[in-house]
Design a binder for this molecule. Structure first.
Ligand code: ZN
Length: 449
């Protein structure tokens, strides 16, 4: 990226910002990844969702959760990854109190999904890999009897966790935020995670570095990882802070230290957490207690077919099929519940156009949990301006509609009053004007007599 920054020496005026992302998403399976414990641990009494497997007791054997593997694979499919037919789990060895086994079951060189890509604000972002692992326990630092202690809650230990790694393809914080919003939207569409950041169901780790050679494809010798970010706006702020901080160091002719930093929201800055001397040696080796996974074509095809319509497809369809503006279609497809609600309302009544429905939902900020689609239509009809249509014109159209739909007359004769609603819809569809529905209803009844 060629960008001049005020106050920087000539050498730094041309630089390239390089950002990659690691995102962890907790799956909302009923059971944990390798045991039968409930994975719905949020807000539960500590250490009540545990068993010998997720406590890492000797001799306990893990059994992989099939649903979690399928969901991880579907995330990869939605991100246009290729799905290797062979995959396996590995042990990632490191010592930390929240990890009772002394290792985490993860995936090293044969993850479930590889080499995907996704478009964000017109830029192509490469997906390096999507793999499956287990979450760790949670450390709580508290004071008990005047003494500072660390408590461990193992309820989260073994909850299915998917890690999604991108190529270092971002050059600004805005696109990172857009990517994260899209990723959250996709996992929600898939129904595999609520990706609620405040509950720790989606965790973000950007890594940032700056190259002074704007044309070189090679990466700088350092990178700074930022952890503990729990909102999209914080990620944007943390990245912009890092870019500024690193540029200032480079300006002095120095190289930023390779380290892990955290975002401090009160101070509005990143702070050092851990300086990495060298690459961690996790001594990965294949997990001997879980057999490798071999997909057959049929299974993969079935998983692929069961993918729902994804956000981008739905957005484009809404624009095309309902002639909505890009803006309205984007808002309506942000969440699948809202998109479904809109479509339900569209199907309900032909007298109201999809455009009117979209405008009404968006402008009136309709709470879709309180207003049924039928009530929404009624609101739109009564709020629209009533236009003057002559009685003769109306009767003419009613006659046409009744002639075209003899079933209306037949059903009405049998006492089916609800057929009137259909007749009203048909008349209004032909008329394409707002009129007094009660008046129209009376005219139709008269005509049917
Ligand atoms: Zn368990």
């Amino acid at each position: 990226m060629n960008r001049s920054t005020n106050g920087l020496k000539g050498i730094l005026m041309k630089h390239r910002v390089i950002i990659g992302l690691e995102v962890h998403v907790e799956l909302k399976t009923r059971r944990k990844m390798f045991c039968n414990c409930s994975a719905q641990y949020f807000g539960q009494e500590p250490n009540t969702h545990t068993c010998p497997v997720c406590l890492g007791l000797p001799g306990a054997l893990p059994v992989a959760n099939r649903k979690a593997i399928q969901w991880c694979t579907q995330i990869g499919m939605a991100l246009n990854c290729s799905i290797p037919s062979f995959s396996k789990f590995d042990r990632k060895n490191y010592f930390y109190p929240d990890l009772p086994k002394g290792y985490q079951i993860s995936q090293y060189d044969e993850p479930f999904c590889l080499k995907g890509e996704i478009a964000v604000n017109g830029a192509k972002i490469g997906i390096t890999r999507v793999h499956m692992e287990e979450d760790t326990g949670k450390l709580l630092h508290e004071t008990v009897d005047g003494e500072k202690v660390s408590l461990i809650d193992f309820n989260r230990s073994g909850v299915p966790l998917v890690e999604i790694v991108t190529e270092p393809d971002f050059d600004n914080a805005k696109n990172v935020k857009a990517y994260l919003q899209k990723l959250q939207q996709i996992v929600r569409y898939l129904g595999v995670s609520d990706a609620d950041m405040e509950k720790g169901q989606m965790r973000l780790e950007p890594n940032i570095s700056i190259s002074l050679d704007e044309n070189s494809k090679s990466l700088p010798k350092y990178k700074v990882e930022v952890k503990n970010i729990n909102s999209f706006s914080f990620v944007e702020k943390a990245i912009n802070f890092e870019i500024k901080r690193q540029l200032e160091i480079l300006e002095r002719g120095e190289t930023p230290v390779q380290e892990t930093r955290g975002w401090d929201e009160t101070k509005q800055k990143t702070v050092t957490q851990r300086v990495k001397e060298e690459a961690n040696d996790y001594r990965y080796f294949p997990e001997p207690d879980i057999p490798p996974i071999k997909w057959n074509e049929k299974e993969l095809a079935k998983l692929n077919e069961s993918l729902p319509e994804l956000p981008d497809e739905k957005l484009n369809r809404f624009i095309k099929q309902y002639r909505l503006s890009d803006y309205n279609a984007e808002i309506l497809t942000r969440e699948i519940d809202l998109a479904d609600y809109f479509e339900e309302a569209v199907k309900l009544d032909k007298a109201v156009t999809p455009k009117q429905i979209a405008n009404h939902i968006i402008n009136k900020k309709v709470n879709i949990n309180n207003v049924f689609p039928a009530k929404l239509i009624a609101e739109i009809l009564s709020s629209s301006k009533i236009e003057d249509v002559s009685r003769e014109d109306l009767i003419k159209i009613i006659k046409e509609v009744l002639a075209k739909n003899p079933k209306i007359r037949a059903d009405y004769a049998l006492g089916n009053e609800s057929v009137l609603q259909f007749a009203i819809g048909q008349v209004m569809y032909v008329l394409r004007k707002k009129i007094d529905v009660n008046h129209l209803r009376n005219l139709i009844v008269e005509e049917l007599k």
